[in-house]
Design a protein around this ligand. Sequence first.
Ligand code: SF4
Length: 402
Amino acid sequence: MNAPDATYFRKGFGLKQNVEATLSADYSGQIVDLLRARDYLLTVGDVTVRLAREFGFCYGVERAVEYAYQTRHKFPGRRVVLVGEIIHNPHVNQRLQEMGIEILMPGPGGFDYAGIGSEDVVILPAFGVTITDFQTLREKGCVVVDTTCGSVLNVWKRVEVYARDGYTSLIHGKYYHEETRATASQVEKFPGGTYLVVRNMDEAHDVTEYLAGRGDRAAFLAKYGRAASAHFDPDVHLQRIGVANQTTMLARESLAIGEEVGRAMAVAKGEDYRKANFRTFDTICSATQDRQDAVNALLESPPDVMLVIGGYNSSNTLSLAALCAEKVRTYHVEDALCIDPARGAILARDPLSGEQVETLGWLGSGPVNVGLTAGASTPNNKIGDAIARVFATRGIDPAHVR
Ligand code: SF4
């Protein structure tokens, strides 16, 4: 039997009990606990807040953050470096920095590991890293603590199988997102492995148009140069397609993209060809799906306004905000501080334009019903802060809410 690798860890250090109290102090939230205890509904004065039944920290984020705390505990005297943000929440990343964990941010050419030595401890984030980054770090001989979420690893397996079998991985995602960059890189494990990333149905239509023979090769390459393998050629690499997705996209759109591309291949080349040369697999993670389902359930009785809390670079939060905006007036705030009770103002990202817009009097007057959800990287205490500011906007003392 091989000796266990003393420099690579991905299953925790068995120190849960040592970090539990700190984690709870840093991220749990009294107001959220209260809402849960009251069946996700809280009314004070003429303000009612309804919380979606699935919201906030997902299992992958909880695990990654806890693992980072365990790492600090396990290696108290060592330099600990995190590759990029552990999750897309500034408070969590800042807290890790306060604990002495350095965050290595990427430059235009990616991460620069020149300053990492064999004595260092390096944490990989929940999104994972590219295979090149992984290999570079392993060659350094440093301790690697890998917090890549199991649901992300499942997508990697899918993409690997596509590459092994000669299919181009068509990934519904954002080509610049850490998770998608890591996922796309998995095709490189096989010679000739190829990927193409499409962000939405509009971009998927470029693929279906190409399959229908109406594409322009040069224009396609110009548009997708940064979103595809370096050797990608639409004339060659759209013959066999396997669809996968970034785990945090809008599930409904991912499924529709898979169906549209499969249908276009069948129309262009026949059903038998499609059966032999097209695969699709829903790789949205269950936490993302649960949060989107919970928002849809909440919207069945639409509130007056929806408040969505989470980073502007958090993919799953953007998906939640997009879902809400289809049905009700929606304010996506990065943080409780975006709500200014004194001025009755909110500074929020418009889910359609992506612009940040300040709105005065956003709660109106009279009884108001506020729906609320939060992305997978938003801790409960930050959700509670936002709820307190909603009540404070109507002059209700947060202490009274608690
Ligand atoms: S959103 Fe899904 S894939 Fe991402 S960390 Fe959470 S559980 Fe894992």
